[in-house]
Design a binder for this molecule. Structure first.
Ligand SMILES: NC(=O)c1ccc[n+]([C@@H]2O[C@H](COP(=O)([O-])OP(=O)(O)OC[C@H]3O[C@@H](n4cnc5c(N)ncnc54)[C@H](O)[C@@H]3O)[C@@H](O)[C@H]2O)c1
Length: 443
């Protein structure tokens, strides 16, 4: 099939574009960001993900994918168009559809009948209906085009793995023609008949299709993200109560998790959910509720609780360390391990708060970068250089290398001796044994 992916240099678009090119389709990945397209043509991924560089090199070498800024030409030459542009929310939680609307105008000006338009971006059904309506003014739905939904569930940090080994493929459309086209499109992935480099894991597994209508497919995505966010806020609130009553949240979660209805997945306290999706998708869900005159009290509570988590971490720090002349080392900038994405990262929020409070802040992250125009902030290339003379170190991202940090070396280098482990990845006993003060979450 001739496929174009619009937003093809973005996080989702790039992984998807490369992934589907290994399925034997003719893929053009287009993006308005010329810098990213140039990087990709040269084999440089604009984001960090395990396996991405090798996948990109392989697809470029085998000429399996074309990167281009010419979306119009790509649309003219495609039978199937995947839209994966960004759908951010503004400060009021309203979804910003400007990227989607720009694509709509490209489609109106260039689309050939028959084209299947596949929405991969996370979009409320009201926006999908707007797309249908606008396209319907120029083309005939059913004859010239159809719109289907195929939401994306990849986890940043595991994105390449997740493309090739998804838990499910959700297809939402209002006609069997679209569903059949998409099932056919995905058949090489389902049949595990892929052309991938050796280091890419393709597990032997059954991948179920979830076939449904358009609104349900979109709601599966929103519901999944809201539920995951709910778990994070729940466990963070539990951790806070555990601290007050003298309980240990790790024991509480493992005790609760033995009930198969509960489980322990995604139940670790931390700095709260960040990244480009959970917060904005909850906000969009609340707005969707408002549109239909529904009160989303539960969704709002999840979001409110998450917003408080960074404040609580800052309170822990200010309680122990006076800001005058103090140096604080932040370990981890990315919103989660395995990615260099700092969008909505709790670390960045905390750094800005601490700088405002008057602390000097140093940071270290193995891949993510953060700059701020403040001479009290500096990012280092090494954990130990970043920790020299610091009054405390705060672990914010669950990178593997922080789990095996040389605690003796850290103790010798630091001015004071406090470790805030905001991912609960260290063993309190081991930390305290060598004379460092340990402050975790939930105990
Ligand atoms: N990042 C994730 O983990 C993730 C996971 C699942 C779903 N999603 C959803 O996927 C969508 C994309 O997210 P992302 O993180 O990949 O965003 P992103 O910002 O990384 O990528 C969007 C890309 O679209 C490009 N773009 C914008 N307007 C364009 C236009 N008119 N024509 C061509 N390209 C254009 C941008 O330059 C950018 O490269 C969002 O709806 C998001 O909610 C993201």
């Amino acid at each position: 099939m001739k496929v174009s992916i619009i937003g093809g240099a973005g996080y989702v678009g790039l992984i998807t574009g490369l992934g589907i090119s290994t399925m034997g389709h003719n893929v053009i990945a287009t993006d308005i960001d010329k810098d990213k397209i140039d990087l990709l043509k040269n084999g440089d991924p604009p984001i960090y993900e395990e396996g991405l560089k090798s996948l990109l090199d392989y697809c470029n070498q085998e000429k399996m994918i074309e990167f281009s800024v010419d979306t119009n030409l790509a649309i003219k030459n495609s039978d199937l168009i995947i839209i994966s542009v960004g759908t951010p929310t503004d400060l009021n939680g309203n979804i910003d559809l400007s990227q989607v609307k720009a694509v709509l105008s490209d489609l109106i000006n260039n689309m050939n009948p028959f084209t299947l338009i596949v929405i991969k971006s996370t979009l409320p059904i009201t926006a999908v209906n707007m797309l249908k309506e606008e396209l319907g003014k120029v083309f005939k739905e059913g004859e010239d085009f159809e719109i289907a939904s195929n939401p994306e569930f990849l986890r940043e940090g595991r994105a390449v793995y997740d493309f090739f080994n998804p838990d499910r493929i959700v297809l939402g459309a209002n006609s069997s023609r679209s569903i059949d086209l998409l099932k056919n499109f995905y058949s090489p992935l389902i049949n595990r008949s892929l052309s991938v480099p050796e280091d890419i894991a393709v597990e032997e597994k059954e991948i179920p299709f979830v076939i449904t209508n358009l609104p349900s497919a979109q709601m599966i995505k929103y519901g999944s993200n809201a539920f995951l966010a709910n778990k994070v806020s729940f466990v963070n609130e539990m951790a806070q109560i555990c601290e007050s009553v003298g309980a240990d949240v790790k024991d509480v979660i493992s005790g609760m998790g033995l009930d198969p209805r509960i489980g322990t997945n995604y139940m670790q306290p931390g700095p709260g959910f960040g990244g480009p999706c959970l917060e904005k998708d909850l906000a969009a869900l609340i707005e969707l509720g408002k549109f239909f005159e529904l009160e989303s009290t539960f969704m709002k509570a999840i979001l409110d609780r998450n917003e408080r988590q960074v404040d609580l971490i800052r309170d822990k720090v200010t309680k122990e360390i006076d800001s005058s002349g103090a140096i604080i080392t932040i370990l981890g900038l990315a919103f989660k391990a395995g990615t260099d994405d700092i969008r909505n990262s709790a670390s960045i929020k905390l750094i800005n708060m601490l700088l405002k409070d008057g602390y000097s802040v140093r940071s270290y992250d193995p891949v993510a970068k953060f700059k701020v125009d403040n001479n009290k902030y500096c990012q280092f290339e090494d954990i130990y250089l970043a920790s020299e003379s610091a009054d405390c170190a705060i672990i914010m991202t669950e990178w593997q290398e922080f789990k095996s940090i040389d605690l003796n070396k850290l103790k010798d280098l630091m001015e004071s001796n406090i470790i805030f482990d905001m991912r609960n990845i260290l063993d309190r006993f081991e930390v305290e044994k060598i004379g460092l003060n340990y402050i975790g979450l939930g105990s």
